[in-house]
Design a protein around this ligand. Structure first.
Ligand SMILES: *Cc1c(COP(=O)(O)O)cnc(C)c1O
Length: 220
């Protein structure tokens, strides 16, 4: 067994049924992704649209591709033919563009709204009020080629376990609050390599794990 296969097997034993594992493969070459594929992994997460499109072209077509990074409106068209779930949607403007591009391909594209829970200014996302306003806005009702199926959040990058827990609880509370009103809500995407166990304890239904599967990333 190769390292990636071993890592995947180990992680799978820690993830309960009902929690989906997204293998975050950004910066990694296709042969590494194929090792995960051959070990049974079918959901991959990328944070750059161009890179994801290239991998999609060259890899088996039964893979679900998730865009987990911040999305620029003008790049939506490159992933519209194939993307399965866009995790980090944070504006009606972006939703309109996703809807428009999805329409061209006769598709309905699944989306999550990113909620800002981290302290760090650098992290994107909506606050609670803007999320509720967006979900209830009339503009949204006309967008029939998108499907908002839940929320996503990224905790602060810190060793402070309690802080991470508190941040996850913000998005969880909002998720639970919205579910009765939006029955299609089923996904709470929280948790990465360093904090996914905390996230699962905080109600995560989808974890996004990269370095614990593929090893540290090299950005050079
Ligand atoms: C890179 C990334 C991950 C995975 O991070 P690891 O710490 O390597 O598991 C998860 N979510 C998002 C949004 C990311 O950009």
């Amino acid at each position: 067994m190769n390292d990636i296969e071993i890592n995947l097997q180990n992680i799978r034993t820690t993830i309960p049924e009902g929690v989906t594992l997204v293998a975050v493969s950004k910066t990694k070459p296709i042969d590494e992704l194929m090792k995960a594929y051959n070990a049974g992994q079918r959901i991959f997460g990328e944070n750059k649209i161009q890179e994801m499109a290239e991998k999609w072209e060259h890899m088996p077509k039964d893979i679900e591709w998730h865009m987990i990074g911040h999305v620029q409106t003008n790049k939506v068209k490159y992933m519209a033919p194939f993307v399965n779930l866009i995790h980090a949607v944070d504006s009606i403007k972006l939703l309109k563009e996703i809807n428009k591009q999805a329409q061209k391909h006769n598709r309905v594209i699944n989306c999550l709204l990113q909620i800002k829970i981290a302290e760090e200014e650098s992290k994107f996302g909506l606050n609670e009020k803007d999320t509720i306003d967006l979900l209830n806005s009339e503009e949204l009702q006309n967008l029939s080629n998108i499907h908002i199926q839940g929320l996503m959040g990224m905790a602060t990058f810190t060793d402070n376990h309690e802080q991470i827990q508190n941040e996850f609880s913000i998005v969880r509370r909002l998720f639970e609050e919205l579910k009765p009103q939006f029955p299609e809500f089923k996904t709470l995407s929280i948790g990465m390599s360093g904090d996914y166990k905390t996230a699962i304890n905080s109600g995560s239904t989808m974890v996004r794990i990269g370095s614990s599967i593929f090893g540290a990333r090299n950005y050079n």
